[in-house]
Design a protein around this ligand. Structure first.
Ligand SMILES: *Cc1c(COP(=O)(O)O)cnc(C)c1O
Length: 485
C-alpha cells in the first residue's frame, strides 16, 4: 500500500504538541509582538496531525526507498558500499556544523588542518603531487581536469583540440571534454576489452590534449598496458587523465601516480564511503602531478609555521570552481573513514572488493554469459542477450531482483556489452549475502525460461510495480492538489 500524504491525514484541531500557557507578561498596549504588516492574513494550511502520525508517516516513507542500509546494492560502477555511522557522527560535531565559511582563518584552524591532512592522505594513496578538494563530484573533477589540460597548452603557447576516450568510458567523460570545447576521438576496445594499443598509436598526434582513461576500466578489467599507454601519450606531450571512479580496486595496492597518470579525480561518495544517490552532495577531488599544480583551482590550502591558511596567489589558476572550499561535510566523512581504516587497513578494502567480485563472478559464470576476461577486478559485466529468444530483457531481470530483496546491478552500461548487467558487490558484503544474491539471480535466470511472464510483470512485492519510466522522467507529477483529496 502506498503511504498517504501527510495532508491527507490531517484532522482539524489535532496537534503534535501541548505547551503550557505563556507566563511572560505582555505589555498592555503591545498585544502583537510583530508589526501588523508582517503578519499573515490567513492561517497557514498545515497538516494537523498527532506526533505519532508524524513519526509513523516519515518512518514509513523512509522504508519505501531502497537503500544500502536495508539491502544489497550491487550497482556496478557506483560502489554502493556500507557507510559507517561513525562518519555521520563525526561530521555532525558541533564544531563543524556551526562553522561559517566567512569566519577568519584563525578561528577555523581545526577544519583547515583536516582539509590539509586529507589532501596529504590522498596524495599518499594516489602518488600524486597535489589535490584540489573543490570539485563537487566525479564529473566536475573531469570538467576541471579538461580545463587544466587546456590551460596547460595555452601556457605552452599552443592550441590542441582533441581528447581521446575509449568506447567503454562512462558518458560523463565525453560530456566533460565536450563542454570544454574539445572534439572527442573514440578509441575502440580490442577483443579482450582493453585499449587497443595499435589503434592508439594510429590516432595519437600533436592535436591531442589528453587521453581520458578509466582503470580498472568499466568492464572491471585492469588496463595492463597502462605504462605503454602513458608512454605513447607522453611522447606527444599530451596528458593522461584517470577517471578514478574505480579506485576501490586499487587502494593501498597500486598508485595511479606510479602508472604515469598526470591527473585524476576520486569520487569520495563512492570509494571513500560517504552516502550518495538521490542528488545529495558528493565530492570529486582532483589530483595532479607537479607540472600542473599552477593551474589548480585557487585558493589552495597551505601550512606555514604550524598554522593553516588559503593561498590565493596563483596567476595561472583556472579560477575558483565551487563556492567556498568544496563540499566540506562530505570531506569530513571521508576523512573519518580513512582515519578509522588506517594505513594498514587500506589495502584490505580493495582486497575484499576484488575477492568479493571474483567470488560472485565464479558463482554465476556457469549460468550467465560473461563476455570479457577470466578474472575481474572489483566488478564484472555479464550479458543477458541470450535470453532475448525467450522475450526477456535485461530490465526484466533487474525488476525481478527487487522481488527477492536485491537492488539491480547497473544495466545497459557499458555500451560495448549488449544487454549488460554490471555487477559490483563492493568490499563491505559478507559471503552469505553474495550467496543469497547469486542464488536469487540463478533462480531468476531459470524463471526466464520456465515462467517468463512473471519476469515481464515484475516487480510484484514492491510498493509500486513497473513504472512508465519515460512518463515518470518527462512528466513527473510532483504536486499535491487539494481538490483531488
Ligand atoms: C560515477 C562515475 C563517474 C561520474 O562521477 P559522479 O561523481 O557521479 O559525477 C564517472 N566515471 C565513472 C566510471 C563512474 O562510475
Amino acid at each position: 500500500m502506498l503511504e498517504k500524504l501527510i495532508f491527507e491525514k490531517s484532522s482539524p484541531g489535532r496537534t503534535a504538541y501541548s505547551l503550557p500557557e505563556c507566563d511572560v507578561p505582555v505589555e498592555a498596549n503591545d498585544t502583537t509582538p510583530l508589526p501588523e504588516r508582517f503578519l499573515r492574513k490567513n492561517t497557514a494550511e498545515l497538516p494537523e496531525v498527532a506526533e505519532i502520525d508524524v513519526v509513523r508517516h516519515f518512518t514509513r516513507l523512509s522504508q519505501l526507498n531502497f537503500s544500502v542500509d536495508t539491502n544489497f546494492y550491487p550497482l556496478g560502477s557506483c560502489t554502493m558500499k556500507y557507510n559507517p555511522k561513525i562518519n555521520e557522527d563525526v561530521s555532525s560535531y558541533e564544531g563543524f556544523v556551526n562553522l561559517h565559511p566567512y569566519q577568519n582563518q584563525e578561528q577555523c584552524q581545526g577544519i583547515l588542518q583536516i582539509l590539509y591532512e586529507f589532501e596529504r592522505t590522498l596524495i599518499g594513496i594516489c602518488g600524486m603531487d597535489a589535490f584540489s578538494l573543490q570539485p563537487a563530484a566525479g564529473a566536475h573533477g573531469e570538467f576541471i581536469g579538461m580545463l587544466i589540460s587546456r590551460a596547460y597548452n595555452v601556457k605552452e603557447g599552443r592550441r590542441r583540440n582533441k581528447i581521446i576516450i575509449p568506447d567503454s568510458a562512462h558518458g560523463t567523460n565525453p560530456a566533460s571534454a565536450s563542454m570544454c570545447g574539445f572534439d572527442i576521438v573514440e578509441i575502440k576496445s580490442n577483443s579482450q576489452g582493453l585499449v587497443d594499443i595499435e589503434a592508439l598509436k594510429r590516432i595519437i598526434d600533436n592535436d591531442v590534449s589528453a587521453l581520458m582513461l578509466t582503470n580498472p576500466n568499466t568492464l572491471g578489467l585492469f588496463e595492463k598496458d597502462i605504462l605503454k599507454i602513458a608512454e605513447i601519450v607522453h611522447d606527444v606531450d599530451a596528458l593522461l587523465y584517470l577517471d578514478g571512479a574505480n579506485m576501490d580496486a586499487m587502494l593501498g595496492i597500486a598508485r595511479p601516480g606510479d602508472m604515469g597518470i598526470d591527473m585524476l579525480h576520486l569520487n569520495l561518495h563512492k570509494t571513500f564511503s560517504t552516502p550518495h544517490g538521490g542528488g545529495g552532495p558528493g565530492a570529486g577531488p582532483l589530483g595532479v602531478v607537479k607540472k600542473l599544480i599552477p593551474f589548480l583551482p585557487a585558493p589552495i590550502i597551505i601550512k606555514k609555521d604550524n598554522s593553516y591558511g588559503w593561498q590565493y596567489d596563483f596567476p595561472d589558476s583556472i579560477g575558483r570552481v565551487k563556492p567556498f572550499y568544496g563540499n566540506i561535510g562530505v570531506i569530513i566523512r571521508a576523512y573519518a573513514y580513512l582515519v578509522s581504516v588506517g594505513s594498514e587497513g587500506l589495502g584490505k578494502i580493495s582486497e575484499s572488493a576484488l575477492v568479493n567480485a571474483n567470488y560472485l563472478r565464479k558463482r554465476l559464470s556457469d549460468y550467465i554469459e560473461i563476455p570479457y576476461g577470466e578474472r575481474c577486478m572489483h566488478e564484472f559485466v555479464a550479458s543477458t542477450r541470450k535470453l532475448k529468444a525467450n522475450g526477456i530483457t535485461t530490465l526484466d531481470i533487474a525488476k525481478r531482483l527487487l522481488d527477492y530483496g536485491f537492488h539491480s546491478p547497473t544495466i545497459y552500461f557499458p555500451l560495448i556489452v549488449e544487454d549488460a548487467l554490471m555487477i559490483e558487490p563492493t568490499d563491505t558484503e559478507t559471503r552469505e549475502t553474495l550467496d543469497e544474491f547469486a542464488d536469487a539471480l540463478i533462480k531468476i535466470l531459470k524463471e526466464a525460461k520456465t515462467n517468463p511472464e512473471i519476469l515481464k510483470k515484475a516487480p510484484h512485492n514492491t510498493p509500486v510495480s513497473r513504472l512508465d519510466e519515460v512518463q515518470a522522467a518527462r512528466k513527473p507529477d510532483l504536486r499535491w492538489r487539494k481538490e483531488l483529496s
